[in-house]
Design a protein around this ligand. Structure first.
Ligand code: 5GP
Length: 361
């Protein structure tokens, strides 16, 4: 479905270290193998294996973090991931990552994020907008959009960042991440995510940091209902997050609550199917939410780990549920309402979609 590739798309649920190219991961692992830091032959098949249960995915992340957590590599993978999304005609990307401390590399959460910013700045195959001051001269942006829509200028991608709290972290580490996010609001950080192995950690540990973020006006999205845990799902919905991700293990009562609250859901079909949290595409809750007109956004989750792309996710939903080009375009466009960036960016995205619509027909 070529049109799934060519139409503009919005990605709101992509983990940096889950979106690395296989080729880059293998190259980095081979280099570490040559230095004697890991045994390459032990990790090669782990990287190349495609069907993994959810628990195996988190084991793979531990390996990826060993391979990628130094400043230079973080910069490289950030650059490549943005280039790959831009290549797939993603026009707005909210990229999430867990700021990491790695004393052996002299890395703090702040310096990790500086390496991410360096990666964003080093993208040169596409124009990147990664901070948008409320009072900035919007005429320059509109001028750009004009050019973009007329096809007289190279591609542009808006990139914003969400800082993730890993469920293995302490309350203090979670608060440190929120404080860092607040400090970086003028450098493209637009929100907070709670992620990590869903069977690890307790909701009350993260609540103070998440409440603080909310109080400071920083939107929060939560990985919610990846495993059956009704008490946690209820507590998360009571928190009134700005969005949630996954929602795979909801029961009738939780669906009712979610729909009443109209909390947008980031849907990651391939990820849910590969990790067997959902049996197959045709029984995915996308269908029910779509038919109920509930706010939802198609996303990739971990395009590297699950060998997918946002256009593949659109193609999968389209072919599974019999949705046509125009319906998928409308779905992509509606995602504008759920981004965490400011109204100025929303206006510009609306112009990009309006122009693309003329070409669609
Ligand atoms: P990073 O934050 O290191 O850039 O991206 C990888 C991290 O994102 C993982 O270690 C994990 O904490 C989180 N993550 C990636 N995919 C998933 C997922 O499907 N579910 C959950 N709960 N967390 C994920």
């Amino acid at each position: 479905m070529e049109w799934c590739v060519t139409m503009p798309k919005i990605e709101l649920h992509a983990h940096l270290n889950g979106s690395i190219r296989d080729s880059t991961l293998l190259e980095l692992a081979r280099e570490l193998g040559e230095k004697g830091a890991i045994v390459f032959s032990d990790v090669e098949h782990v990287i190349l294996k495609h069907d993994r249960a959810l628990s195996e995915v988190f084991k793979l992340f531990d390996l990826i973090h060993v391979i990628t957590t130094d400043h230079e590599t973080v910069t490289r993978i950030t650059k490549e991931v943005i280039e790959d999304f831009a290549d797939d005609n993603v026009v707005y990307l909210e990229l999430r990552t867990t700021p990491k401390r790695n004393d052996s590399k002299g890395m703090s959460k702040r310096s990790y994020m500086q390496a991410v910013l360096e990666g964003i700045r080093s993208v040169n195959s596409v124009e990147v907008d990664f901070s948008h001051k409320a009072n900035a001269d919007t005429s320059a942006h509109s001028h750009f959009v004009d050019h973009l829509c007329n096809g007289t200028r190279s591609k542009k991608i808006y990139v914003r960042l969400l800082l993730s709290i890993d469920r293995r972290e302490t309350a203090e580490a979670a608060m440190e991440t929120v404080e860092l996010a607040l400090e970086m609001r003028d450098r493209g950080v637009v929100g907070i995510d709670l992620s990590g192995n869903p069977v690890v950690g307790e909701w009350p540990t993260f609540l103070p940091a998440l409440e603080f973020a909310k109080k400071q006006g920083l939107p929060v999205t939560l990985h919610c209902g990846e495993v059956p845990n009704p008490d946690e799902i209820h507590a998360m919905l009571d928190f009134l997050p700005s969005r949630i991700g996954h929602a795979c293990c909801f029961e009738d009562e939780e669906w009712k609550l979610l729909k009443n609250l109209k909390i947008p859901v980031e849907i990651c079909m391939t990820s849910n199917i590969r990790t067997e949290t959902i049996a197959s595409a045709d029984v995915h809750h996308f269908a029910d939410l779509y038919r109920s007109n509930h706010p939802l956004i198609l996303c990739t989750d971990d395009s590297g780990i699950f060998s997918t792309s946002l256009s593949s996710e659109y193609a999968l939903a389209s072919s599974t549920f019999g949705l046509g080009k125009r319906e998928m375009f409308d779905l992509a466009q509606k995602a504008i309402d759920f981004i965490f960036a400011c109204d100025g960016v929303k206006r510009e995205l609306k112009m990009i979609f309006a122009t693309a619509l003329k070409k669609l027909n």
